[in-house]
Design a protein around this ligand. Structure first.
Ligand code: ATP
Ligand code: MG
Length: 361
């Protein structure tokens, strides 16, 4: 394994001082570069719809990059979490196939990385029991991401599973002792609770778990076409699997603002800035420069630039995805193999947990 001391990659110039989370993420990036094989990634995407550009720039691209650096990357499709905020797991098989196609087409390599669904890993789910005992109801009630997801959910009441979603996520991450979690900003409160659970378990029963850290990208909160967080379930996303024409149509409908002069100013013009950033990330250019070039061209020119940039950036991905789609038998076999490995890891962790607790033999 070759190691590198390269500086962490950042394609986004800062317009504001870095937050604590960003500083911690940059420090983590440095440590990974020094010893990639010493880290394990656990992260994933709910099979609630098609993956979108927010996933790609927020997390997926980092996963592939880390895999290629030599980090052990484990990607979870948290299928039970689909029923946190909806009555049925409708179209679960179709969405799971779609996620697998996206991962493979983006470069997740099953020879080096693992993809699994947590409903296939009973030991992982069993970890929720001791973990639930380590958190208070008040802590769960305070979680801002849960509050936000409740606000956007299709349900009038909050299910127990929704409230305990972050604990389930702790079980996901700690079942394989993941220590790096490439996520978007919305996941930071969840990850904080995972760290709390790991710490409390270690204090109470002896050190067993790492305290996983968030790895943020240059686009930790990409906005959707309506100006709120791009989300699978908010009808505001640009799916990676959309055709070039669909992508153009969706971007055309994106919310902008009344100022015709295009600038990159995330604080005062979040909608325009998110589009500029999208183009800049695809073109690997500075967003200020991209905005300056569009200048007085207005929203129409901005949207044309973004559409061209996204479509050419995704061209190779789309071709690879279409190839994989011809062989779903292979695609599903990747998940079966991943489930086997995840079971072995989670069973070993559960054994250690029981041993540490000195009970439940
Ligand atoms: P849902 O609407 O079903 O909750 P979602 O679009 O929020 O779907 P998730 O499966 O909840 O997607 O999130 C998967 C990962 O992608 C998480 O790490 C999350 O932080 C990241 N992510 C999701 N949306 C964005 C976004 N708009 N910008 C950056 N990262 C994102
Ligand atoms: Mg979400």
């Amino acid at each position: 394994m070759t190691t590198t001391t390269a500086e962490p990659r950042s394609t986004e110039p800062r317009t504001a001082p870095a937050t604590t989370a960003e500083l911690r993420s940059a420090d983590l990036e440095r440590r990974i570069a020094q010893d990639p094989a010493g880290f394990r990634v656990l992260t994933g995407d709910r099979p609630t719809g098609a993956l979108h550009l927010g996933h790609y720039f927020g997390s997926l691209r980092n996963r592939v990059r880390l895999q290629d650096l030599g980090v052990d990357v484990i990607v979870l499709i948290p299928d039970y979490q689909v029923i946190t905020d909806r009555d049925t797991a409708e179209r679960l098989g179709e969405y799971t196939d779609g996620l697998l196609l996206d991962y493979l087409a983006l470069g997740i390599d099953p020879a080096r990385s693992t993809v699994f669904t947590h409903s296939a890993v009973p030991a992982l789910n069993q970890l929720m029991l001791p973990f639930l005992s380590l958190v208070s109801v008040a802590e769960l009630n305070r979680n801002p991401t849960v509050k936000d997801e409740v606000a956007h959910s299709r349900q009038s009441t909050v299910s127990g599973l929704m409230l305990t979603y972050p604990v389930h996520q702790a079980a996901d991450i700690l079942s394989c002792k993941g220590d790096v979690v490439p996520v978007g900003l919305d996941q930071l409160p969840h990850l904080e609770l995972t760290r709390t659970i790991a710490r409390r378990f270690n204090e109470r029963y002896g050190k067993l778990f790492p305290e996983p850290e968030a790895l943020l990208s240059a686009a930790p909160l990409l906005l959707g076409t309506d100006g709120t967080k791009m989300s699978k379930s908010r009808a505001n996303s640009i799916p990676l699997s959309a055709t070039a024409d669909e992508t153009a149509r969706l971007l055309k409908g994106a919310t902008t603002d009344a100022d015709r002069h295009i600038t990159y100013d995330p604080d005062t013009r979040p909608n325009v800035a998110s589009l500029v950033l999208l183009a800049a990330l695809c073109l690997e250019r500075d967003p200020h420069e991209v905005a300056a070039e569009i200048g007085d061209g207005g929203a129409a020119a901005l949207k044309r630039t973004v559409t061209d940039a996204v479509n050419s950036h995704l061209e190779r991905f789309r071709a690879r995805r279409a190839e994989y789609a011809k062989d779903l038998t292979y695609v599903r076999s990747v998940l079966r193999a991943g489930n086997e490995r995840a079971n072995a890891l989670a069973e070993a962790t559960l054994d250690e947990v029981r041993e540490a607790m000195g009970a439940f033999r």
